[in-house]
Design a protein around this ligand. Structure first.
Ligand SMILES: Cc1cc2nc3c(=O)[nH]c(=O)nc-3n(C[C@H](O)[C@H](O)[C@H](O)COP(=O)(O)OP(=O)(O)OC[C@H]3O[C@@H](n4cnc5c(N)ncnc54)[C@H](O)[C@@H]3O)c2cc1C
Length: 390
């Protein structure tokens, strides 16, 4: 490692790797650091997304696609089924993120970024109100590394934003705390990603079963942080698995959090920019953050390259990133946050009634938003406060 780069990216998840790749492709010196010794491991993800959400950022590769699915199914607390998203143009996939994240980092490296594992950011260097680099520990050795811009892509536990004076605090009600088993020897429908809602299953959240091929699946549960006193995610998960997959075996356990907040107040400063979970850019309804991270990272990379062409690394210039992600991903986060807030307050009876209100409808082309629109249409009183959103 050198002691100075144009850009330092902290965290080699999807957000960090795409930012690093985008900037390096334009010919700037980029250092991408990852505190763990293996990129993508442990995985901390249910790995569900669709081909069209990742294909703009990386060539599809069967090495990191565990399974392809026809669609998703939501089960109400009483078992009423809502099949959705069976759209042949947008086939769903379940990733193998251990390979996917490494492929993204490899692409960043191929584009010229220097990728270094087992290297943590410990703090930021500052001069005259600007961020000018990081204090890092690499393989046990502490050092200062300077740069014109630091990118905080350090995930939900992000410290980079806080060090820069950006408020990234999440309220407990805006965090989903999750536990997930990778299960084997279970009988599931391999063609669907399944979601189960209900206050006795996952208070304020949901359980999921995402097939990974060969009778394997990610089986997980997210409980909203403000209700973990009622039931801990791991207890919910054990109960769910015991009831539904008594014969299955758990061969991996992961725990992690997902931000479900509305867009935070700012994600840029002088010489600093936050992206991905560090910028709280995941979807408040589903908790999905892969696509949002990739998309925002591309915007971030392009804006950083522009800042270099102007030789101006100030907040003013980086604000272009702020503006662009807020106008796109930010708008859907804002909308979905309001929907999430309403769903979180619902009783099991209300959830069952909503599911039944869709009886007999054709869901073949239904995604999350069209499903919600239909729910609002069928239940105008329940969704009165959301009427202005659609
Ligand atoms: C249980 C669970 C299930 C999920 N399921 C889905 C799903 O099915 N679909 C979906 O789209 N999204 C899902 N998500 C969300 C998704 O995993 C995240 O939104 C996504 O990984 C965000 O990418 P990122 O690059 O911003 O952060 P991350 O992938 O978290 O990467 C951040 C990286 O920064 C590193 N880092 C942190 N601090 C430092 C430091 N100081 N120095 C150096 N490196 C550091 C971390 O080790 C990590 O590798 C799930 C999340 C969880 C927890």
């Amino acid at each position: 490692m050198k002691d100075e780069y144009d850009v330092i990216v902290v965290g080699a998840g999807p957000a960090g790797s795409i930012t690093a790749q985008t900037v390096a492709e334009k010919g700037y010196n980029v250092l991408l650091i990852e505190k763990r010794q293996e990129i993508g491991d442990p995985v901390r993800c249910a790995e569900g997304c669709s081909k069209d959400t990742v294909s703009p950022f990386i060539d599809l590769d069967p090495r990191w696609i565990s399974a392809e699915v026809e669609g998703a199914r939501v089960f109400a607390p009483d078992g009423t089924l809502i099949p959705m998203g069976k759209d042949s143009n947008k086939p769903g996939i379940v990733l193998e993120r251990k390979i996917f994240d490494r492929a993204l980092a490899q692409n960043a490296s191929k584009s010229g970024a220097e990728v270094v594992v087992k290297t943590s950011a410990l703090g930021l260097l500052k001069k005259n109100g600007s961020i000018t680099g990081i204090r890092a520990r690499s393989f046990g050795e502490e050092m200062d590394i300077r740069s014109k811009i630091v990118v905080g892509a350090d995930g939900i536990e992000s410290k980079v934003g806080r060090w820069a004076g950006i408020d990234t605090t999440l309220e407990l009600k805006d965090i989903e705390t999750c536990a997930q088993f990778l299960m084997t020897d279970i009988d599931i429908d391999p063609d669907f990603c399944d979601f189960f809602v209900g206050n006795n299953i996952a208070p304020g959240g949901y359980a999921w079963v995402f097939p990974k091929g060969n009778k394997m699946a990610n089986v997980g549960i997210g409980v909203v942080g403000s209700r973990t006193n009622e039931m801990k995610p791991i207890d919910c998960l054990n109960k769910f698995v015991k009831e539904r997959f008594p014969e299955g075996k758990a061969i991996e356990l992961i725990v992690g959090g997902v931000p479900l907040s509305r867009p935070i107040e700012r994600t840029v400063g002088n010489g600093i920019l936050l992206v991905g979970d560090a910028a709280r850019q995941s979807d408040p309804i589903t908790g999905g953050g892969i696509y949002n991270s990739l998309r925002c990272a591309k915007i971030a990379g392009d804006v950083i390259a522009e800042a270099f062409s102007m030789k101006d690394y100030s907040r003013n210039t980086l604000n272009k990133y702020e503006k662009e992600w807020r106008e796109t991903i930010g708008k859907s986060i804002e909308k979905n946050y309001r929907i999430k807030e309403l769903f979180m307050k619902m009783t099991d009876k209300q959830l069952n009634d909503l599911a039944r209100s869709l009886d007999g409808m054709n869901f073949n082309e239904m995604g999350t938003l069209s499903l919600i629109k239909q729910l609002i249409k069928n239940n105008p009183k329940v969704f009165f406060e959301l009427r202005s959103l659609f």
